[in-house]
Design a protein around this ligand. Structure first.
Ligand SMILES: Nc1nc2c(ncn2[C@@H]2O[C@H](COP(=O)(O)OP(=O)(O)OP(=O)(O)O)[C@@H](O)[C@H]2O)c(=O)[nH]1
Ligand SMILES: [Mg+2]
Length: 239
């Protein structure tokens, strides 16, 4: 693993509440077309952004760095779960860090949602706030995706005892204590269910917040196939 020089020294204003104690952890894999805009939009309000580039074949890492993120590189593709673990470990090295926000690099997440979730964690004094696309009327996954995601929620609620409306949403706010406790061992997409299991195991307090996930031609061409969702279920069942 290699790390670029921290690139967040230039002043970014105006900062949002919590901006100096919140690290955004952004998993990155072949998103060169959009990642620059995603990082720039984030950093107008939250300067502390670490991207974990996971063996991208395009120039994602260079673009993210130019946009002002710290970039940590895996030597080869290890998966989104492994990338989140690396990013959270990086953020934990900052003694002032109060919370981590996991935020996708593909342009599907909204900075406003992240800000509202940070405020909600403070207001409700919970360990974790999870984004839920099913609480947001603007978010419209395709039919097949909806069916698979609903199945995943049903299974996760049944097996973890944590009652959620969306178990596979990449937008989350994790308080420092939660970051210290969560063990993410599932390297690939099954990490999302694993995080919910960990919430149950450690009895962490959790709230949900509606989030608007943008489904565009770009995201549909790049995102998770339904076949991959089936693989996640197999991963979960057999581990
Ligand atoms: N580091 C790393 N990031 C990844 C990997 N696969 C995907 N990502 C990133 O993780 C984020 C979410 O991945 P997606 O494939 O869009 O998954 P998703 O958003 O759950 O699924 P869709 O709704 O279909 O887009 C994106 O920012 C990707 O760039 C990977 O293997 N390693
Ligand atoms: Mg996506």
């Amino acid at each position: 693993m290699s790390t670029s020089d921290p690139a967040h020294e230039e002043p970014v204003a105006p900062a949002s509440p919590g901006a100096d104690t919140t690290w955004f952890v952004v998993p990155l894999f072949n998103e060169g077309q959009v990642v620059g805009d995603v990082i720039r939009a984030l950093r107008t309000r939250y300067p502390l952004v670490v991207c974990v580039d996971d063996g991208s074949l395009d120039d994602s890492a260079r673009i993210a760095e130019q946009a002002g993120a710290v970039v940590v590189r895996h030597p080869y593709n290890m998966g989104q779960g492994a990338a989140l673990k690396t990013g959270i470990d990086y953020a934990l090295r900052d003694p002032h860090m109060r919370q981590v926000v996991t935020f996708d690099s593909d342009g599907q997440h909204q900075v406003d949602d992240a800000a509202a979730m940070i405020a909600q964690r403070d207001a409700e004094d919970v360990d974790i706030v999870l984004g839920s696309r099913f609480l947001d009327s603007r978010t419209k996954p395709g039919l097949l995706k909806r069916v698979v995601l609903r199945g995943a929620i049903w299974y996760t609620n049944l097996t973890t005892g944590v009652k959620l409306t969306d178990a596979h949403n990449g937008l989350r706010v994790l308080g420092r204590e939660a970051c210290e406790k969560l063990a993410i061992e599932q390297n690939r997409m099954a990490h999302a269910s694993e995080i919910v299991e960990e919430i149950g195991r450690h009895k962490l307090t959790v709230a949900e917040h509606p989030v608007h996930i943008l489904y565009t031609d770009y995201s549909r061409s790049k995102g998770q196939s339904v076949l991959n969702s089936v693989n996640i279920v197999i991963d979960m069942l057999f581990r």
